[in-house]
Design a protein around this ligand. Structure first.
Ligand code: ATP
Ligand code: MG
Length: 350
């Protein structure tokens, strides 16, 4: 069970790469096995996770020479997050593939072989609707469209929607538009709020999570770290965490991700029916501390039968003996007649 998601918008600089990298890291931090596929010859996603651009082999070789991709996958510093780096050579693939048969399916064939290794594969597309983006749309199950909250936000979206429809009709009938992600939202401006309202009215499946404009998000790539590592408490990191949670819920609803393990809560009724049998009680060893802390009531004492044997075995301390006062009443029952005393003396004298 795995899902391939393309992040596409032919408009440049709208947050495709930032969303791919930050979302991928947030998903990996939720214990999913995630792969970033850098399908943009600019190789921004590659450097944003600290990978090098001049690694041997990669998407170009897979598309043009049909070489397997598994050897080109690189681990990142984030557990569970891998990247398929790219090189500027990928730009040549657009031209070299033009005369190739079934050229739109090269990426699909390459990525399908990687599916068993990952739960989620995110493909960062270049800012064009050329062969690389069409290959990504043909290879994926779903597409996410990042849209920047600025004046011309909707410009070009109808062109993108039309391209997606063509792909659905001719190449990939299963393709689903997962939703639009609003990026670089500035809550202080009316413009951002107007753009948000307009995008939501055109695309009801726009994610609830909105990515704010944040200087920390712009700084993170230069450190080769996703925002979730660079500044995990920043507003940008929190927004991408929310986006990841929303996406996971949607993918689980489509059965594209494993369901979470069922945790049985312990309720008072679950605890209540436990009853100790006399046998269990008898076998629990009581410590001196336990005994000292058990309150004994006069009623308890009255009902404890004391046998002569018990009394004989209780050693009396000297303190207890000293505190014992002999009253005339105690002495009265004793046989202290002169005869008795004399008898006793005689006995002693004998
Ligand atoms: N939420 C944000 N707040 C501030 N800056 C951002 C935000 N998202 C992205 N940026 C910055 O905006 C620029 C463009 O972002 P990004 O590279 O993610 O867009 P893109 O759509 O991938 O661009 P391209 O079309 O060139 O591939 C980058 O400098 C990035 O650091
Ligand atoms: Mg980019």
């Amino acid at each position: 069970m795995s899902v391939v998601i393309a992040l596409a918008n032919q408009k440049g600089g709208v947050g495709k790469t930032t969303t791919t990298v930050s979302l991928a890291a947030a998903l990996a931090m939720r214990s999913l096995r995630v792969l970033i596929v850098d399908a943009d010859p600019q190789a921004n996603a590659t450097s944003a996770v600290g990978a090098t651009k001049d690694d041997e082999g990669g998407l170009y070789e897979a598309l043009v020479d049909e070489r397997p991709l598994a050897d080109a996958v690189r681990a990142t510093e984030i557990p569970g997050l891998s990247v398929l780096p790219t090189t500027p050579a990928l730009a040549g693939a657009e031209v070299e593939l033009v005369s190739v048969m079934a050229r739109e399916f090269r990426m699909k064939r390459a990525l399908d072989a990687l599916r068993p290794m990952f739960d989620v594969i995110l493909v960062d597309c270049p800012p064009s609707l050329g062969l690389l983006t069409v290959n990504a749309l043909a290879a994926c199950d779903e597409v996410i469209i990042p849209v920047q909250c600025e004046y011309f936000a909707l410009e070009g979206l109808s062109h993108l929607s039309h391209t997606i429809e063509l792909v659905q009709r001719n190449l990939n009938p299963r393709l689903v538009i997962r939703g639009v992600v609003l990026t670089m939202f500035d809550g202080r401006t009316n413009l951002s709020r107007e753009v948000e309202a307009e995008v939501r009215s055109h695309f009801p499946n726009t994610f609830a999570a909105v990515i704010p404009r944040s200087i920390r998000l712009a700084e993170a790539p230069s450190h080769g770290e996703p925002i979730n590592v660079f500044d995990p408490t920043s507003s940008g990191a929190r927004a991408y965490n929310d986006l990841a949670d929303e996406l996971i819920a949607a993918l689980r609803a489509r059965d594209l991700l494993p369901q979470p393990p069922v945790v049985v809560p312990s309720t008072p009724t679950a605890v209540a029916p436990i009853v100790s049998t006399p046998h269990e009680v008898a076998t629990i060893p009581a410590t001196p501390h336990d005994v000292a802390t058990i309150p004994v009531t006069p009623h308890d004492v009255a009902t404890i039968p004391v046998t002569p044997h018990d009394l004989a075995t209780i050693p009396a301390t000297s303190h207890e003996v000293a505190a014992y006062e002999t009253t005339p009443r105690d002495l009265a029952p004793l046989d202290l007649t002169p005869e008795r005393i004399g008898h006793t003396e005689q006995t002693h004298g004998a």
